[in-house]
Write a protein of this length. Structure first.
Length: 262
C-alpha cells in the first residue's frame, strides 16, 4: 500500500516484528488532515490484521509528532457544516479498534489533535525535546478528539485545567512527572528505545499482550469492580493456552520461553 501522508515499514528481526508508522507532512508539522487520518486508520488496521506483527510504533519527525488538526481545513467551517459533515474523519477513532499495543514515540510538538492522538496510543515514550499542549482555546475552539476527557485522566484535574485553559505547553520532564508519558529519552535515541520496547513486547505471548491492553483500557474507562471481574476470567482463560505451559515450564527448567502466541 502506498500512502502520501504517512510512511509505513516493518522493523525487527524476531519471529514477530514491529509495524512502524511515521506521520509525514513535514512542511505542516504533521498537521492532521482527513487524508492523513484515513491513511493512518488503514495502516493501523493492516498491521493489526498481520499475524507477523506484534506491536505498532507511531512517530512523527524530530520537530513535530503533530502540531494538531489541520487549521486551514477547519477554518472555513460553520456550525452547520461541522455538524453535518462530522468535521473530522471517522478514522480519528480507528486507533481505538487496534488490539495490539500502539506505542507513541513523540519528539517536538504534540499539540491539539497531536496530543489527543498520542493519548489514544497505549503509552507514550517522549524525547527530551517533546512539548505537549492543548492550545485550541487560542483558536476560539476546544479539543474535539478526547482532549478534555483523556488529559485529566492522564495528569489530573488541576494540570489539565491549567493546560486547557491557558494553552501553555508542557515539556517532556513535566509530562513525565504528571504521568502523561511513561519515560523520557534523549531525542537521538527516541526511535531506538521505542522499537526496543516494542521488541520486548513482541517476545511475549500475543494473547497475554492483547488481554493486558484490553484490561488496562477497562481500568482506565470503566468501574473497578467490572475490570477486576473480567481480569479474573481472562486470567483463568490463559491457563488454556500453550504459551502458559511453555512460560511456566521454561521458568521451572531455568530456560528462556519460546512463545507461539497460542
Ligand atoms: C496546519 C500548521 C499547523 C496546523 C503548524 N502549521 N501547525 N498547518 N495546521 N495545526 C504550519 C504553519 O502554518 C507553518 O506553515 C509550518 O507549519 C511551520 O509552523 P510555524 O508556525 O512557522 O513554526 P513555529 O514558529 O516553530 O511554531 C510551531 C507551532 C505553531 C508552535 C507548532 O506552528 C503553532 O502554534 N501551530 C498551531 C498549533 C495548534 O493550534 N494546534 C491545535 C490545532 S486545533 P508555513 O506554510 O507558514 O510555513 C486542533 C483541534 C483538534 O488540533 C480537534 C480534533 C481533531
Amino acid at each position: 500500500m502506498s500512502y502520501e501522508c504517512i510512511l509505513t515499514e516493518t522493523r525487527g528481526d524476531g519471529a514477530r516484528k514491529t509495524g512502524l508508522i511515521t506521520l509525514n507532512r513535514p512542511k505542516q508539522l504533521n498537521a492532521l488532515n482527513d487524508q492523513l487520518m484515513d491513511e493512518l486508520g488503514q495502516a493501523l488496521l493492516a498491521f493489526d490484521a498481520d499475524d507477523s506483527i506484534g506491536c505498532i510504533v507511531l512517530t512523527g519527525s524530530e520537530r513535530a509528532f503533530a502540531a494538531g488538526a489541520d487549521i486551514p481545513t477547519m477554518a472555513p467551517h460553520t456550525f452547520i457544516s461541522a455538524f453535518k459533515s462530522g468535521l473530522i474523519s471517522k478514522n480519528w477513532e480507528t486507533i481505538l479498534q487496534v488490539r495490539k499495543p500502539v506505542i507513541a514515540a513523540v519528539a517536538g510538538f504534540a499539540l491539539g489533535g497531536g496530543c489527543e492522538l498520542a493519548m489514544m496510543c497505549d503509552f507514550i515514550i517522549a524525547a527530551d525535546s517533546a512539548k505537549f499542549g492543548q492550545p485550541e482555546i487560542k483558536l476560539g475552539i476546544i479539543p474535539g478528539a478526547g482532549g478534555t476527557q483523556r488529559l485529566p485522566r492522564a495528569i489530573g484535574k488541576s494540570k489539565a485545567m491549567d493546560m486547557l485553559l491557558t494553552a501553555r505547553m508542557m515539556d517532556a520532564a513535566e509530562a513525565e512527572r504528571g504521568g502523561l508519558v511513561s519515560r523520557v529519552v534523549p531525542a537521538d535515541q527516541l526511535l531506538t528505545d521505542a522499537l526496543a520496547a516494542a521488541e520486548t513486547i513482541n517476545g511475549f505471548s500475543g494473547p497475554s499482550v492483547m488481554l493486558i491492553k484490553e484490561l488496562v483500557n477497562l481500568a482506565y474507562q470503566g468501574p473497578l469492580k467490572d475490570g477486576v471481574a473480567v481480569e479474573r476470567r481472562y486470567f483463568h482463560a490463559l491457563f488454556g493456552t500453550e504459551d502458559q505451559r511453555e512460560g511456566m515450564e521454561a521458568f521451572l527448567a531455568k530456560r528462556q520461553p519460546g512463545f507461539q502466541h497460542r
